[in-house]
Design a protein around this ligand. Structure first.
Ligand code: ZN
Length: 309
């Protein structure tokens, strides 16, 4: 498999689908994920292990993981809210487990019904679960610092608190932290500042990824700031679908198709084929006809004469 410069991590099947009223049938999810992988996406967050009573859209996550694991070369990522979810993720064979640690404690209580201290206990318990797995089956364990740039419930979020929680999460045993702009508050200057502060506190190798939303149209500007800093993993969702069901006003993720064009146009490799990406997009549009799907590059097409890096 060719080396990539930037890992575009597709979160549409999780962040996207969980926010929609319409439930995508299991078979369609499997086909969509296969098309995304065929387009060259190497990491896909395929679902979350939450009780079906909370998010019926994610009820089939174990089946989806089982399917995704059959796709050669694909890193299968899942989101979990707690230890029980992580146990299910390990049982299903996910390659990567992420848990959200909301910097806004109000959002944390709404989202996962736990405060910071309780979440850090949960993270420590998951870290020990992960450590008990045989080395070749051990999933990568990441803590996503959500609402790291601001919160629709609390307003501004303290950067010192983001740094403190990053340190606490690493001390609790996760391999890596990520910065999540759950509600689309981030601006590029803030992103640069926060990445640097977290790097200074936990080490550069402990923060490689950002998760951005395009709520105020700043998504790609923030992605560019992250790339310029040396961040190597950027989450995005096909068609920009997504939001957080427990963060009022949170709208879609940055659009995978536009992010791929940005990165490739600047001469960096994503390993993603644009035409194949469009086939996955067409499938999504057909499978979820009532869902609004965004993206400038898909609408305009690639520029004439455009050659990928
Ligand atoms: Zn998100």
């Amino acid at each position: 498999m060719e080396q990539v410069d930037i890992l575009v991590s597709e979160v549409g099947p999780r962040d996207g689908l969980q926010s929609l009223a319409q439930v995508m049938p299991t078979q369609a999810k499997c086909e969509w994920i296969s098309l995304l992988a065929a387009a060259g996406l190497r990491e896909i967050e395929v679902g979350s292990f939450v009780p079906p009573s909370v998010l019926p859209q994610m009820a089939d996550t174990a089946e989806i993981v089982a399917h995704a694991r059959t796709i050669p070369g694909l890193d299968v990522a899942v989101l979990v809210p707690n230890l029980r979810g992580a146990e299910n993720a390990v049982r299903a064979g996910a390659h990567k487990i992420s848990i959200p640690l909301s910097v806004s404690e109000t959002h944390s209580l709404k989202n996962v019904r736990r405060n910071h201290a309780q979440m850090l206990e949960e993270i420590a318990a998951i870290a020990s679960l992960v450590a008990q797995q045989p080395a070749e089956q051990r999933p990568h364990f990441e803590v996503g610092l959500s609402t790291a740039f601001g919160c629709t419930l609390e307003g501004p979020v303290s950067e010192e608190l983001v740094v403190r929680l990053a340190v606490a999460a690493i001390e609790a045993g996760c391999a890596e932290v990520g910065l999540s702009d759950t509600t689309g508050y981030a601006n590029p200057a803030q992103l640069r500042r926060l990445v640097k502060k977290v790097w200074d506190a936990v080490g550069r190798d402990r923060l490689n990824g950002v998760h951005l939303h395009n709520t105020r149209g700043q998504g790609l500007a923030n992605a560019l700031a992250a790339l310029d800093m040396g961040i190597t993993t950027v989450d995005a969702s096909m068609g920009g679908i997504g939001g957080c069901p427990f963060a009022p006003g949170a709208s879609g993720n940055i659009v995978t198709e536009d992010l791929v064009f940005l990165v490739e146009a600047m001469g960096m490799k994503t390993g993603i084929d644009f035409e194949a990406l469009m086939r996955a997009r067409d499938f999504l549009a057909a499978a979820m006809p009532d869902v609004e799907i965004y993206g400038f590059t898909p609408a305009a097409g690639l520029p004439r004469g455009f050659e990928r890096a």
